[in-house]
Design a protein. Sequence first.
Lengths: 171, 162
Amino acid sequence: MMPDTVPPNALMQTLYDSTIGTTIRESATLFPWIESVHVLMITAVVGTIAIVDLRLIGVASHRRGARQLIVDMLPFTWVAFVLALISGTLLFLSNATGYYQSMPFRFKLLTILIAGINMAIFHMTAYRKIGDWDDRLPTPRAAKIAGFSSLTLWLVIVFLGRWIGYSYPLA
Amino acid sequence: MSVAKFANHLYGTPLSTAIRETSWIIPGVQSIHIIAIAGVVGAAIVMDLRLAGVLATDEAPRAVAKRHLPWMWSSLALLLASGFVLGLGEPYRVLMNPVFWAKMALVLTGFVLTLLFRYPILHPDYRIEHTRAAALVKPLAWASLAIWVAVVFCGRWIAYYQ
C-alpha cells in the first residue's frame, strides 16, 4: 500500500539528516541495542501499570490499600516510560520521514496520548476520593473504568508498536 | 536428525506455512509474546525487589509472592505458548540461531530460580532468615531480575543476529 496523501515533510527530512539520526541509521548495532532498551522499558511500563490497573479493576495485590500500591509501582512506571520515550525518540530519528508516514506509528502516539488523558481523569476524579475506597474491594465503578481503559490502551499500544515494523513504509 | 534437518522438516509442514503466510499472525503473536514478557517483568520487579530489600519491605515476602507468583506462572505459560507458535512459523530464524539458545538457557535458569527461591515462600512458615541458603536470597533476587532483562535483550537480538 503506497499512501499518496502524505506530502514530503521538511522538518522530518531535517530530523532524518540530523547527526543523531544518521549515526543510528548507519550503524549496524545501534538500532538493535536502542530497540532492545525500548522493548525492555515497554515491558516494565506495561508490567507495572498492569499491576495497578488490575487493582483498580478489583484484583487484590501485595498491598491492601490501592494508594500504597500506586505509590509502590508508579516510580517504576514513570522512569521506564521516560526511558521508553527517549529510546523511542532515538529510533524515530533514525528514519523520521518513514515513521512520520507510518499509520501504526501515528495511532500508537495517539493511543499513548489517550492513555495519558485517561490517567489524568483518574487522578482528578476517583483518586481524589481514594481515602473512601483505598482498602475496599470491590472498587468503585470510576476506578474500575479507569483501570480497564488503561490496561486495554496499553495492550493496544504494544500491538501498534509491533505493527510499525510490519507495515509500509518500514516493512 | 540434525537441527537443520528438523528445522527444514518443520518449515515444510502445512501449519508452519500457514503461520508464515497469514500476514497478521506473526506480528500479532509477537505482540502477545511482548505482553507475556511484560507480565513476567512486572511480577519479577515486585517479587525480586521485595527479596532484594528494595520494595515493600514492610510486607511479608509471602504476601508479595502469593499475589504475584501466579501472574509469573501464567505469563511464563503465555510466553512459552506464543514463542512456540513463532518458532513453528519460522523455525530457521530461531533453531539455527545461537541467540535463541542463549535465550532458552536464560529462561530455564530464570524458571528454576523462581521454582527454587520463590515457590517455597508460599509456605505459611516461610521466614527469609531461616530459609536454606539465606545469604543467597538477596544476590539471587538481583540475578533473577537481570536474567529477565537479558531475556528481553536476547529476544530482540534474535531478529538481528543471523
